[in-house]
Ligand binder design. Structure first.
Ligand SMILES: NC(=[NH2+])NCCC[C@H](N)C(=O)O
Length: 418
């Protein structure tokens, strides 16, 4: 284990050089108030399959952070980063401009809402932006503005919606080599998450002076969506992207073009995935566990893929189409290895489907051959161990109800290459 390895600060530009190289720094979100906003009526729209016992979910998350810290990873909390960012006036007004919009709140209420929230401390504002604000909570701060929108709302309706999926820090921004993509999100419930990251990367002292590229501007990218759960940094200039329920071909094209223009990557393999919630992101069915090994869900099968490389002129792309049976070969070729080691746990079809649903394929590597996984996916974990992978387990009975595992709950911001 790497328990004694102290986090090394980034030398030169901020880089996430691979999926499995030693993980140095990561952003996670300890869930709080936002999960208390989930009800049987709104949970589906908020992309949760059940309500969570929040205290227990927090304890599970604490164990996650302990495992990361024990592996020598510098663990940044999203709430700390956001709070410290909101202390800066430019960042504060940027975030408020995006939180309150006349098109949503109406012209009459918007200025009053903004003023009420602007008066909050950095701490309160952080909790409000992530946890949302009910009309009742608003009226504790200001007299009811004369607004049709507000009058028509129930006292316990959310004037500012909560962002429970901030738990899954992987998705709304993702670092790929020496740059970051702040992602345009596919689902309405997650769109505002990008604002949090945009503010942090533009203003927070830990990022503002660093030298890094921007692969996308999540706030302006429209339908060209990419989510971090679909993006695997294979290492050595190669990237694997799932075109899933969430990530569009347009989004992949833009990412590839920008990576190539900066010279930060020169091969992107895009997989044509089924468009379903079951396989919502590539990392729910396939993740890397060491330099050439992937854990993969048996039910995924083989998918058509496309290898994208720089074309002859500036901005041009060259694209090679591959038949489904070539999926693993295309990835191996992009990685410059003879073949991949694909680890598919041996279990019956029902058991495999259940373990995929419980994020058994969503491993987070902290170093080559050392991964964090939920304890409940016993067969997958034991299979990995038999294949020589060290599996550190954490409880996930509550956290898993949001349909995301350790990889989804982490946004690596510094990681070595392989
Ligand atoms: N990288 C991931 N697989 N993230 C999982 C996100 C889960 C979240 N509830 C959603 O539906 O968006």
């Amino acid at each position: 284990m790497h328990a004694d390895a102290a986090p090394t600060p980034a030398a030169g530009p901020r880089t996430v050089g691979s999926e499995v190289g030693p993980l140095r720094q990561v952003i996670v979100h300890r869930p709080g108030l936002e999960l208390l906003r989930l009800t049987p009526e709104n949970k589906d729209e908020l992309l949760f399959d059940d309500l969570l016992w929040v205290r227990r979910a927090q304890e599970e998350h604490d164990e996650f952070r302990e495992l990361l810290a024990g592996a020598g990873v510098d663990v940044l909390l999203l709430t700390d980063l956001l709070r410290e960012t909101l202390a800066l006036p430019g960042a504060r007004s940027f975030v408020l401009d995006h939180a309150f919009d006349e098109r949503v709140h109406g012209p009459a209420a918007t200025p009053a809402l903004r003023a009420a929230v602007e008066a909050m401390t950095d701490n309160e504002l952080t909790d409000t932006l992530i946890g949302g604000l009910t009309k009742r909570e608003l009226l504790e701060r200001v007299d009811e503005p004369r607004s049709v929108v507000l009058h028509a709302m129930g006292l316990d309706d959310l004037v500012l919606p909560a962002l429970p999926n901030h738990l899954f820090t992987r998705d709304a921004s993702c670092w790929v080599y020496d740059g970051v993509a702040v992602n345009a999100m596919r689902m309405p419930a997650r769109v505002r998450e990008s604002v949090t990251y945009e503010a942090i990367y533009r203003w927070h002292p830990s990022f503002v002076d660093d030298d890094f590229h921007r692969w996308s501007d999540g706030l302006d990218d429209g339908a060209a969506t990419v989510e971090g759960g679909d993006v695997l940094v294979l290492g050595g200039g190669a990237v694997l992207v799932g075109m899933s329920e969430r990530t569009t071909p347009q989004g992949v094209e833009r990412l590839a073009t920008r990576l190539f223009a900066a010279g930060s990557a020169d091969r992107v393999v895009a997989l044509a995935m089924p468009k379903s919630r079951l396989f919502m992101h590539l990392d729910t069915v396939m993740t890397m566990v060491d330099e050439r090994s992937f854990i993969k869900y048996a039910g995924l099968g083989m998918l058509p893929s496309y290898t994208i490389t720089p074309g002859s002129g500036p901005g041009d792309l060259a694209i090679a189409d591959h038949a489904p049976e070539k999926m693993h070969d295309a990835i191996a070729y992009a990685m410059g290895v003879a073949d991949l080691r694909i680890l598919i746990a041996e279990q019956d079809v029902h058991a495999a489907a259940r373990e995929q649903w419980d994020d058994g394929c969503n491993a987070l590597a902290v170093a080559p051959g050392v991964v964090i996984a939920y304890d409940r996916t016993v067969t997958s974990n034991n299979y990995l161990r038999q294949a020589g992978i060290e599996v550190l387990t954490m409880p996930g009975a509550e956290l898993g109800r949001g349909r995301g595992g350790p990889r989804c709950m982490s946004c690596p911001t510094i990681r070595d290459g392989i």
